[in-house]
Design a protein around this ligand. Structure first.
Ligand code: ZN
Length: 436
C-alpha cells in the first residue's frame, strides 16, 4: 500500500457555476488536504481532517500556496499532428490535404508512431492534462503506439484509429473491411485494459464512404458502451462537400443519425454551423458538441455559440478541447482563454468558475467519466494538477492586487500556460518526472 498526503489550496466542482457568486457550485479549502492511496483519492477536506486519516508511512507533499485541482480533460485532440501545429494559411479542407494527410502518412511506421505518442503524452502532462479523447492515424499501429504509451503511464485516455477510405491520399486510407477488422482487433486488445478506453472513430463523413459508415454502424451496434468520435459542421466548404456526397441527407447531422452514430457517448468535434433541427437532434440523442476555440479561430472556421447551445430549450451537452494540430496550444488554460473571447464575440461572457468547471468536471461529464476523473471526490482516481498562479513575472505582479479566487482563476486562464503547471499526478504518482 502506498499513501500520499497532499497539502495546498484544494478546488473541485460539484455542478455548473452559474455566476461568480455561486459558491455552492464548488468545494474550496484554503488549507486543504488530499489523501491518496493506491492511485485513488481516499480523503479530501481540510488538511487537519485529512491528515489524521493518513498512516505513519504516508509521504507528505506540501504544495502551499499552490492550487490543487482535478487534472484537465481534453475532449478532442489528434495525437499524430504534433508536426502539423503552426501550418500556415489554409482553411480546413486545404489544411487537411496540404499538411495533415501527408504527415499522418508517416504513422505507417510503428517506430515513428511510438516516438510521437511519447512526445504527445509528455505535452499533455506538461500542460496539466491527464485525460484526452484522441484521434490516432488510420494505421492500426498508431493506435497501438498510443495505447502502449498511455498504459505504461497508467493514464486514463480514450483513443481510436481513424476510419477513412476515400478523399485522401492512399497512404492514409483503409477499406470498409480493414477499418472494421482493425477497429475490432484494437477494441479486443485495448478497451478496458488498465485505464484505456477505445473510441470508434470514423474521421468524418467526407472521408468515409457509405460502405464504411455501414461498418461504423455495425461496430456501434456490437459495442454499444464505447465512445464514438467524429467531426461535424466545422466549415462551410466541408458542409457543402458533405451534402454532395450524401445527397439524400436532410443535413450533415442526419448522416450520422442515419448510420446510428448519435448517442450519449458520441463526441462531435466543432458543431459550429448547426441548424435548429441539428441542434435538437444532438440534444435528443445526448451527443456532445466539442468546442475547439483555438482551432476554430486559427482555421477561420467560425464562432461556436456556447451560451446559445447551453441555454436553448433543448440544451446541448458541451465539452471543450484543443484539437491540435488545427488548434494552436495543448494548454486547456489557453483553450479556455480563447473560448472566453469566442463567447464574447457572440455577446456573452463565461465566468471563471464555469471555465474551470468546464475543463475539469464539465469535460469529464461530457465523456461520461465523472465517476473516475474531473473531481477530487473520494473514491475517484487521483489525477491531479497543481497550479502556480505566480509562475511568471506578470502573474506575480497581478497577484499582488488580486483579492478573490475568481480573480485568480481568471488570471490563470487569461495568461497562464504550461509554466503555471507546477506538478501533475497521474493515478497518484507525480508524472512530470516521467517525461522524456
Ligand atoms: Zn479534429
Amino acid at each position: 500500500m502506498s499513501e500520499t498526503l497532499l497539502r495546498g489550496r484544494t478546488l473541485s466542482f460539484v455542478r455548473w457555476p452559474d455566476a461568480i457568486e455561486d459558491h455552492g457550485a464548488y468545494a474550496y479549502e484554503e488549507d486543504g488536504g488530499l489523501l491518496i492511496r493506491d492511485g485513488k483519492i481516499v480523503a479530501a477536506g481540510t488538511y487537519e481532517d485529512v491528515a489524521c486519516q493518513a498512516g505513519e508511512g504516508a509521504q507528505k507533499i506540501d504544495h502551499r500556496p499552490h492550487l490543487i485541482m482535478p487534472g484537465f480533460v481534453d475532449a478532442h485532440v489528434h495525437f499524430p499532428q504534433l508536426q502539423v501545429l503552426a501550418s500556415y494559411g489554409a482553411e480546413l479542407l486545404a489544411w487537411l490535404n496540404t499538411y495533415t494527410f501527408p504527415e499522418e502518412t508517416k504513422f505507417r511506421d510503428a517506430q515513428y508512431g511510438r516516438r510521437v505518442a511519447r512526445l504527445f503524452l509528455d505535452e499533455m502532462v506538461r500542460h496539466g492534462t491527464t485525460t484526452v479523447a484522441a484521434y490516432c492515424s488510420v494505421h492500426k499501429q498508431s493506435a497501438e503506439a498510443f495505447f502502449e504509451e498511455s498504459h505504461a503511464r497508467n493514464m486514463l485516455n480514450i483513443a481510436g484509429k481513424v476510419m477513412m477510405d476515400r478523399n485522401a491520399p492512399d497512404g492514409v486510407l483503409d477499406t470498409p473491411q480493414s477499418g472494421y477488422d482493425d477497429t475490432k482487433a484494437l477494441i479486443g486488445q485495448w478497451h478496458g485494459k488498465g485505464r484505456q478506453h477505445y473510441a470508434i472513430t470514423p474521421r468524418f463523413a467526407i472521408t468515409s464512404s457509405p460502405e464504411q459508415m455501414e461498418m461504423a454502424k455495425a461496430l456501434a451496434g456490437e459495442f454499444p458502451d464505447l465512445h464514438i468520435q467524429t467531426h461535424l459542421s466545422e466549415n462551410h466548404a466541408e458542409i457543402e462537400f458533405t451534402q454532395q456526397l450524401y445527397p439524400w441527407s436532410k443535413d450533415y447531422t442526419d448522416i450520422y443519425e442515419h448510420y446510428g452514430l448519435l448517442g450519449s457517448k458520441t463526441l462531435l468535434g466543432h458543431c459550429i454551423h448547426l441548424s435548429e433541427r441539428e441542434a435538437d437532434a444532438l440534444s435528443d440523442s445526448g451527443a456532445v458538441a466539442v468546442f475547439c476555440p483555438t482551432s476554430n479561430l486559427f482555421l477561420g472556421s467560425g464562432l461556436f455559440d456556447y451560451q446559445r447551445y447551453r441555454k436553448r430549450a433543448k440544451s446541448i451537452r458541451i465539452a471543450t478541447a484543443t484539437d491540435v494540430g488545427g488548434g494552436t496550444s495543448y494548454s486547456m488554460l489557453r483553450t479556455m482563454d480563447e473560448g472566453y473571447k469566442v463567447i464574447a464575440l457572440n455577446g456573452e461572457k463565461l465566468n471563471p468558475f464555469a471555465s474551470f468547471w468546464q475543463m475539469t468536471l464539465g469535460n469529464a461529464r461530457a465523456l461520461s467519466l465523472e465517476d473516475r476523473v474531473g473531481t477530487l471526490e473520494t473514491g475517484t482516481d487521483a489525477d491531479i494538477v497543481v497550479l502556480d498562479s505566480r509562475a511568471t513575472p506578470i502573474m506575480r505582479l497581478r497577484m499582488e492586487a488580486i483579492e478573490s479566487l475568481a480573480e485568480e482563476l481568471f488570471l490563470l486562464q487569461t495568461v497562464g500556460d504550461d509554466r503555471a503547471v507546477h506538478e501533475v499526478y497521474v493515478a497518484g504518482r507525480p508524472a512530470k518526472g516521467d517525461m522524456a
